[in-house]
Ligand binder design. Structure first.
Ligand code: HEM
Length: 466
């Protein structure tokens, strides 16, 4: 990291004292890895909606005010690149994703984004609805009333199969275990906080990361080779990547196609899986909300599997998903790096600063959200949603780098929730504690064990008891 020359006249956001040697930094690093959310909470309480600090020679600034966020992601977006936790090829996401859409910047990113966009257009993703519900029904056919399942495990595999089938026309069922393991290794390696051990030390975490990379490469290059050999245009994202030509008529290298493909696999499943995890977790604790959801599903679907056409009428289902992503946003924060000196609001941010958008805290700020800790889907009724302050709700980010998969994800989350909740209710055990594990995405720590109850059987029991 570079040491920053900060003049005393600059208005740098306040924060804890510099931690520029290991002795001083260590307790803080330990505290962050023990309790990231609690530590951040404490800082926001102490310093307000913005704070910054210097650690081991690098400056970090955290922002949670919607106006500041708008400047970072939109109006002054050209003064930032993706943060080091993305771009670091040794310890960041780039180690696994390479130079794909999530990690690239500048003109190169712009060209790649334009290339990938048609695969995500509203018209095209409508064709994916059937695949989404088919895979969900297949999963539900394997569920047994009264058993305890790990919802996180189920959602991860389901969303992975869906992204592989829709964007790559690949049935990943055979490899789903390996990709799933690779995913958790990547989350640990790239999202597990500050890692002081260099990558050449073969720690268990490092060995898992190396295996993840090997497995991902084998699977993804296998998919690319097979498609190249077939030579067919399947009209999916993979064909778009393979058939793309630049102005000189050159196509993408296999390495670049691999990077974009791995990026989509990784960005496109774990996020939606966590949105669903937290939704089931919240529903299990709010029987009133669950009852309203069931009422809508029963009225609109009457036990049928939902189709794309039903989504229009599944308004409450949509409100539930949106409110769940407010309280427990799957991407709980995201980072940039200032590529020049920049002024955000009244603050001076020197070139090189790592700038973080603290989504989780913006989503819980009482200035923008009444009773912010409460789970109230009605906040997203059309009338109330229209009044939400700009950039106070940013589950998909914003500006030019807004999530390319946001419509895909919203469609998927609503269809999967509607299909599952029509047939099953998911219950937590009495006094079961579920902790947050904030890695790249916000995960339930140690999975999400829940007991499943078939809804027919509940009805039968009520009838029998009368
Ligand atoms: C609920 C589900 C999802 C959430 C909460 C989510 C959230 C986000 C956020 C916050 C960003 C912006 C990060 C930043 O600015 O640094 C992002 C970017 C991205 N997301 Fe998603 N995402 C979801 C689903 C998906 C899906 C389904 C796909 C693909 C199928 C996808 C692909 C991507 C890609 C490729 C980017 C990088 C876009 C760019 O920089 O041009 N995401 N996502």
């Amino acid at each position: 990291m570079t040491t920053l020359a900060v003049s005393s006249t600059n208005n740098i956001p306040r924060g804890p004292k510099p931690m520029n040697n290991l002795l001083v930094a260590m307790p803080y690093i330990m505290q962050m890895s023990r309790d990231m959310m609690g530590t951040m909470d404490g800082m926001f309480k102490q310093y307000g909606d913005t704070f910054s600090f210097e650690i081991m020679g690098g400056r970090v600034a955290m922002f949670s005010h919607p106006d500041h966020i708008q400047e970072i992601v939109l109006t002054q977006a050209n003064k930032f690149h993706k943060g080091m936790d993305y771009k670091d090829e040794k310890a960041g996401l780039a180690r696994f994703m390479g130079n794909g859409l999530v990690t690239s910047d500048g003109e190169f990113w712009k060209r790649q984004r334009k290339l990938a966009s048609p695969a995500m257009h509203a018209k095209r993703i409508q064709n994916y609805a059937g695949t989404m519900t088919d895979f969900t029904v297949r999963m539900l056919d394997g569920w047994r009333d009264g058993t305890r399942i790990d919802v996180a495990f189920e959602m991860m595999r389901l969303t992975l199969k869906i992204v592989a089938q829709t964007l790559f026309h690949v049935d990943i069922t055979q490899d789903v275990g390996r990709v799933d393991e690779a995913m958790s290794a990547i989350q640990e390696a790239a999202g597990g906080g500050i890692n002081l051990v260099p990558a050449w030390v073969p720690t268990p975490r490092e060995l898992k990361a190396r295996k993840a990379l090997r497995d991902l490469n084998e699977i993804v290059y296998g998919i690319i080779n097979q498609r190249r050999a077939g030579g067919e245009d399947m009209g999916d994202l993979l064909s778009m990547l393979l058939l793309a030509r630049d102005d000189d008529g050159n196509g993408m290298t296999d390495k670049q196609v691999r990077d974009e493909a791995v990026t989509m696999f990784l960005a496109g499943h774990e996020t939606t899986a966590n949105a669903l995890n937290w939704t089931f977790y919240l529903l299990a604790q709010h029987p009133d909300v669950l009852a309203k959801l069931h009422a809508e599903l029963d009225t609109v679907l009457g036990g049928r599997v939902p189709t794309l056409a039903d989504l229009e009428q599944l308004k409450y289902t949509e409100m539930v998903v949106k409110e769940s992503m407010r309280l427990l946003p799957p991407v709980w924060g995201f980072g940039r790096q200032a590529i020049e000196d920049v002024r955000i609001g009244e603050y001076d941010i020197p070139k090189g600063t790592s700038v973080s958008v603290a989504t989780y805290w913006t989503h819980r700020d009482p200035r923008w959200w009444e009773n912010p800790e409460a789970f109230e889907p009605e906040r997203f009724s059309p009338e109330r949603e229209a009044k939400i302050r700009k950039y106070a709700y940013i589950p998909f980010g914003g500006g030019p780098r807004i999530c390319i998969g946001n419509s895909f994800a919203m469609m998927e989350a609503r269809l999967l929730l509607a299909t599952i909740a029509s047939r099953y209710t998911l219950h937590l055990a009495p006094r079961q504690k579920v902790e947050m594990l904030p890695l790249i995405t916000l995960n339930p720590k140690g999975g999400l064990p829940m007991t499943i109850r078939a809804r027919e059987s509940i009805r039968e029991r009520v009838v029998a008891a009368r």
